[in-house]
Write a protein that binds this ligand. Structure first.
Ligand code: ARG
Length: 446
């Protein structure tokens, strides 16, 4: 009792209080640091437009810096009965905190917190994706001459190679990076000043907070700024889900290729788990768990879609629930990326898969092409080789001469890496980090 920002002459029912606070004490810990940074920008702006005097501002900034330090030190929590992080920070500031909330609402406060959180977490994710990308490219180069069967319908089809296999997942991550970049750009616009979702009569300087926080620009329209809640999380989670989709497919390949019936790859024994009854087992549990985690992550954009789908414009408490599926998603994905990178570095590849005559038929198209180049029309050559195979006369010539872009003999990994680099160069990480550091240092020496 007595710790609600909005409490007046009556206290809310205890069960209702518990029900509406829900998991915020846990969830808001993810965004606590960013709540403080957002408040520093807001306070600085309030002083510049005459809504705080210099002394108030100094007190507020110094209080916020202390809270920030406590958060960084792991010495911050949301007290029982305090509704959320926004309330906790304001209450901790004491007397000077009472002047901080002019011209804003928790609605734009949580919007800005989420956006700052998303920026920081996307930066971590981008680095983790890039590390896995680099591992895949280097494994692709290392094993570019090791052939393996390619499949369609899970039937042996054409010659492929470990160069192609590793490199395919690297290129997939480059396209996923494109989505991470778009998500970053959508998130990196300033909603602060939209208040409850309709602006207000104070002469706020929204361009100033935009610059202080290192945003690319504003969510101009205050109603749209509020509509960004849920939409931003959905777009960002879609980009993360795209990375998860790549990893999930890779995990399935690894489980399958590691099976004795394929025997294409071998996982380092320290990266497998045993069985309680079968002494011979070295199971690929890591990839199985990875696959399940990635599949679960791919459901999150749908969760967010359903939570938000039938809401009209304006704030609703429904939006609070999004935090529960969205906020933990980044750490989950980053731990998956880290684990998969380690696994891919240590993977052993079988250099002699194609010695087994069961794969000879994958060279049928090579033979058809050879005959075609020697003047036999393609359809006739195709028929001849088909009949030779059916009648047991086909002799596989296992030399492959694939030279076009992106094929076994011309992987274009340098081009794929250049594509990745061109996307990475567009993230404004440094500018954003500098802005936040400048804000945190603001008035520190006073
Ligand atoms: N915990 C709330 C949320 O995440 C904060 C905003 C509260 N706003 C309100 N109008 N009740 O949405």
């Amino acid at each position: 009792m007595g710790n609600k920002l909005w409490e007046k002459k009556y206290s809310v029912n205890a069960d209702v209080e518990k029900y509406t606070i829900g998991k915020d004490a846990e969830m808001d810990m993810y965004i606590a640091k960013y709540d403080v940074i957002g408040s520093m920008a807001h306070a600085t702006m309030l002083e510049s437009v005459g809504l705080l005097d210099k002394e108030d501002l100094e007190q507020i900034l110094s209080g916020l810096r202390d809270i920030h330090a406590r958060i960084e030190a792991g010495d911050f929590k949301i007290d029982p009965g305090v509704e959320d992080v926004h309330s906790q920070v304001e209450l901790m500031l004491g007397e000077c905190g009472k002047k901080l909330h002019s011209g804003r609402s928790r609605n734009d406060q949580v919007l800005v917190d989420l956006k700052l959180f998303i920026r920081a977490k996307l930066e971590e994710t981008v680095h983790a994706v890039k590390l896995l990308f680099d591992t895949l490219v280097s494994q692709s180069e290392r094993y570019k001459n090791v052939l393996m069967p390619g499949y369609t319908h899970l039937q042996i089809a054409m010659p492929s190679s470990f160069g192609l296999w590793f490199g395919a997942y690297a290129e997939s991550l480059a396209d996923d990076m494109q989505l991470l970049l778009s998500a970053y750009k959508v998130a990196n616009r300033n909603p602060l000043g939209s208040a409850a979702g309709y602006g207000n009569s104070f002469p706020l300087n929204r361009s100033m907070t935009t610059e202080l926080l290192g945003f690319d620009g504003l969510n101009y329209n205050v109603v749209y700024a509020q509509m960004g809640r849920g939409k931003t999380e959905r777009i960002v989670s879609q980009a993360l889900a795209s990375v998860a989709g790549t990893i999930s497919k890779l995990s399935f390949d690894c489980c399958m290729f590691n099976s004795q019936n394929f025997g294409f790859i071998k996982l380092a024994p320290q990266y497998t788990t045993g069985s309680s009854i079968m002494p011979h087992k070295k199971n690929p549990d890591v990839f199985e768990l990875t696959r399940a985690k990635c599949n679960r992550m791919q459901a999150i954009p749908n969760d967010i879609l359903l939570i938000t789908n039938n809401l009209p414009s304006g704030y609703f408490r429904d939006l609070q629930i999004i935090k529960e599926c969205f906020l933990p998603m980044f750490d989950e994905l980053c731990s998956v990326l880290q684990m998969v990178k380690d696994m891919m570095e240590k993977i052993e590849v079988n250099e002699h898969i194609l010695d087994n005559p069961m794969y000879d038929a994958i060279f049928s198209v090579e033979e058809v092409n050879r005959l075609t180049l020697n003047g036999t029309p393609f359809r006739e050559a195709y028929k001849k080789v088909g009949i030779d195979i059916d009648e047991g006369r086909f002799k596989a010539d296992k030399t492959v001469r694939h030279t076009h872009e992106g094929s076994i003999g011309n992987l274009c990994n340098d081009k794929i890496a250049a594509y990745m680099d061109s996307i990475l160069a567009q993230f404004p990480f440094e500018r954003v980090r500098e802005a936040e550091q400048k804000l945190l240092a603001c008035g520190a020496s006073k």
